[in-house]
Design a protein around this ligand. Structure first.
Ligand SMILES: Nc1ncnc2c1ncn2[C@@H]1O[C@H](COP(=O)(O)OP(=O)(O)OP(=O)(O)O)[C@@H](O)[C@H]1O
Length: 428
């Protein structure tokens, strides 16, 4: 276990860190996050003893770093610093071999067969084995980063400290590197402590996060607790939104660029326009609407400013629109004769497309509620039609689009009720 207690200090005449205290368990991945200059690199430097703390202690498995020699520390703890000042005339395999130094005995320690195996394995896992005999100055930034990671892995550490490990890496290698670290951490019960700028990567890979703010420990806890919108907005001083990752159980943070926010238009419902393009009828808007659609293709949540409404080439098409306060509904109803079935001569298919525009701020759950109410109203209209006519089969999507602006309607319940009524009235 790596334990940090009451750690303070920094550089000559500059106090950077104040009272940092946390414990990292074997196999745990701890992400260190915080704004530029908050002290992430300074903390890591203290953990790998490039800097001595002013006060406080750092211990590995209960033994203070102060009572260990540099070689004893290197046998347990490996580092991937932010900037490497290596002699670039070394070859890749020579650099990775340096990782075996803590295990070699005597002044001229020679590589054992095991050393060579570990070096080759580390180069293979970081995908630099093909460049084993090239010198570092012939490699790209990302390739060099992977060579230094291979060197750290060749050290077979119990603790791995990384300062911005995904710097220089393309997205595929970022995921590959962090997946590999996670796997190593679990298999070898290695503790990983990584300073990471990218909050989304930190959220995806960290078991716990240490959030630093101006040298102080703001919070040390699970990602779902640390990555809170209000807290991060205060610490980083920028607007962001928190959402659930669409496919894995983690939170993600979305930035809100100034040129895209404030996308507000006065009276967006009046600015909706019907347009005919190539026999298709569309509704278009100057505003980006957040949408939820039950369409089989392109369904789910989205952003859109052009909405397909109906196919105009059909002769029996009815298109209607209606507005009620901050809600506008478009319905397109297309009757399709399917009278070629002798057992059901009057059987008709009705294709219905519903577009509901709501000039209001609804969250995703509330949008789903409106969509469900509209679909229920459509079902009610279909049942009424089936009673008075021959058998009909109603198909077609419901789409709810919200402007995200303040609304004149006070309750979500009212929005649902009015939406359902508009849909039912237009279809019956
Ligand atoms: N060698 C140094 N001498 C004096 N002050 C330093 C030195 N290195 C860093 N600092 C200062 O210490 C503070 C913390 O820097 P540090 O590099 O630890 O921050 P960081 O969180 O890693 O930042 P970044 O996200 O920009 O990498 C900063 O104010 C920085 O200017």
């Amino acid at each position: 276990m790596l334990e940090v207690e009451q750690l303070s200090g920094g550089y000559p005449g500059i106090q950077v860190l104040r009272n940092i205290h946390f414990k990292a368990e074997p196999g745990e991945f701890v992400g260190v996050i915080g704004p530029n200059g908050s002290g992430k690199s300074t903390l890591l430097k203290m953990l790998y003893r490039e800097l001595r703390p002013g006060t406080g202690t750092i211990s590995l498995n209960g033994t203070s770093l102060d009572s260990l020699t540099q070689k004893q520390i290197a046998a347990q703890l490996a580092v991937l610093p932010q900037q490497e000042e290596e002699a670039f005339s070394y070859t890749v395999s020579e650099v990775v071999e340096l990782g075996r130094y803590p295990y070699q005995k005597g002044w001229f320690g020679r590589s054992s067969r095991e050393d060579r195996y570990v070096v080759e394995e580390a180069m293979r896992q970081t995908d630099v084995d093909h460049a084993a005999h090239r010198t570092l100055d012939q490699l790209s930034g990302g390739e060099k980063q992977r060579v230094f990671l291979a060197r750290a892995m060749a050290q077979e550490p119990d603790y791995l400290l990384l300062d911005e490990p995904t710097n220089h890496l393309d997205v595929a290698y970022q995921v590959y590197l962090l997946d590999t670290l996670k796997q190593w951490a679990a298999e070898k019960q290695m503790t990983v402590i990584a300073a990471i700028h990218d909050l989304n990567l930190a959220a995806l890979y960290s078991d716990r996060l240490l959030l630093l703010n101006k040298g102080n420990q703001e919070l040390f806890d699970q990602p779902s607790i640390v990555l809170k919108k209000q807290l991060l907005q205060r610490v980083y001083g920028t607007a962001l939104s928190r959402i659930s990752h669409p496919s894995v159980a983690r939170q993600q943070l979305m930035l809100e660029p100034a040129h895209l926010t404030g996308d507000t238009i006065h009276g967006p419902l009046e600015n909706l326009q019907k347009k005919e393009i190539n026999d298709q009828l569309y509704v278009t808007s100057a505003l980006n609407w957040k949408t939820l659609s039950s369409a089989e293709e392109g369904g789910g949540f989205n952003w859109a400013r052009t909405f397909s409404l109906a196919d105009l080439s059909s002769s029996c098409l009815r298109v209607e629109e209606d507005t009620d306060g901050c809600i506008k509904v478009y319905t397109a109803v297309l009757n399709k004769d399917t009278g070629d079935d002798p057992k059901r001569p009057n059987h008709r298919q009705v294709f219905v497309c519903i577009l509901l525009f709501i000039d209001s701020e609804l969250n995703e759950g509330e949008m789903a509620g409106v969509l469900a109410s509209a679909a229920e109203a459509k079902g009610g209209a279909a049942a009424d039609a089936a009673r008075s006519e021959e058998i009909t089969l109603w198909k077609g999507p419901v789409t709810v689009a919200v402007s995200g602006q303040e609304s004149s309607i006070e309750t979500q319940e009212e929005i649902r009720r009015r939406s359902a009524r508009l849909v039912y009235d237009k279809l019956k």
